[in-house]
Design a binder for this molecule. Structure first.
Ligand code: RIB
Ligand code: CA
Length: 311
């Protein structure tokens, strides 16, 4: 079981790997709410997909939609990875539970003040988080920290920028510069956690509607990754690591680093600059950066969470 059961709000852009983050959060956290943002797909799709997962998991948790686009740059989506629906590859049941609200930033502010000591887990562009911080900077006082999937010492949307940070670099800069304790699950660690064929087979063998949907989604996601990369055996399942960083910290090695976000530049927009120098006068770290993950053990956690959700 988990080493800790943190109270969290999950802000996401489902997205194949966001779905796995929801499964992990449902099993191992006190999930206070799910908020959605445009990213992998437009907001209406990411919100629909979050509602599908809520019903498929039988969760009694609110879903609030948020920002349909970034603070400054033009909206950009990732249909080239996740398909136009944001969750291509599986037959998804129509959601029946209605959306609970359309002001994610307000929900985030109110929930943090209602549950001091909770965490934000962010697995999409950070627009909602930046809007919440602008709306009420005092959430810093009640928030234990932010665990986010994003960034890295290399990119995927560009040579230097990972998609979540690139999609809204100004929001990411607001969050990373906020002074709130941060945990970063960047591409350096998430590329170690791949949905290989044997791992997908383990999920399918669980049986039942959830495992069928998830193994179909993994199959689509991994085929896309294998087609677009010459060094990956399966899709990097990025987002659940931002959850497991809180619930299963012993799965990771971590380094305290100073991290900054570059919000502009033809080649640098969305770059996270991770200071790994060993100089004694290096900048004070603002982020716990996940460096390695015990991938087999982490996959065991995901498989158990899916089996447990099967009911
Ligand atoms: O770069 C990977 C990240 O972008 C993941 O969160 C994925 O879901 C997309 O949002
Ligand atoms: Ca995501």
């Amino acid at each position: 079981m988990s080493e800790s059961t943190p109270a969290i709000i999950l802000d996401c852009d489902p997205g194949h790997d966001d779905v796995v983050a929801i499964v992990a959060a449902a099993r191992h956290t006190d999930l206070l709410g799910i908020t959605t943002v445009a990213g992998n797909a437009p907001l209406d799709r990411t919100t629909y997909n979050a509602r599908v997962m809520r019903d498929l998991l039988g969760l009694e948790v609110e879903v609030h939609s948020g920002a349909a686009g970034p603070l400054v740059v033009a909206p950009a989506f990732a249909g080239y990875v996740h398909g136009e629906s944001g969750l291509d590859g599986a037959e998804l049941p129509e959601p029946t539970t209605p959306l609970d609200g359309t002001d994610a930033a307000r929900f985030i502010v109110d929930t943090i003040h209602a549950r001091p000591g909770c965490h934000l887990v962010v697995t999409g562009p950070m627009t909602n988080i930046a809007l919440a911080l602008v709306q009420d900077p005092s959430i810093r006082d009640d928030l234990a920290g932010i665990s986010f999937m994003g960034g890295g010492t290399f990119g995927n949307r560009t040579p230097t920028a990972e998609f979540n940070i690139w999609a809204d670099p100004h929001a990411a800069r607001v969050v990373v510069d906020s002074g709130i304790p941060l945990i970063m699950a960047g591409l350096d660690v998430t590329h170690q956690f791949q949905a290989t064929s044997d791992r997908i087979d383990r999920v399918r063998a669980i049986g039942g509607p959830l495992a069928t949907v998830l193994s179909d989604l993994f199959t689509f996601f991994s085929a896309n990754y294998r087609e677009r990369h010459d060094d990956l055996e399966g899709a990097a399942v990025h987002d659940p690591l931002a959850v497991l960083a809180l619930t299963h910290p012993s799965l990771f090695s971590v380094a305290e680093r100073f991290v900054a976000v570059v919000d502009s530049g033809e080649l640098t927009r969305g770059m996270t600059v991770v200071d790994r120098r060993t100089l004694v006068d290096r900048p004070t770290p603002n982020c716990r950066v996940l460096e390695t993950v015990d991938a087999p053990a982490a996959w065991d956690v995901i498989v158990e969470a899916i089996a447990a959700a099967r009911g």
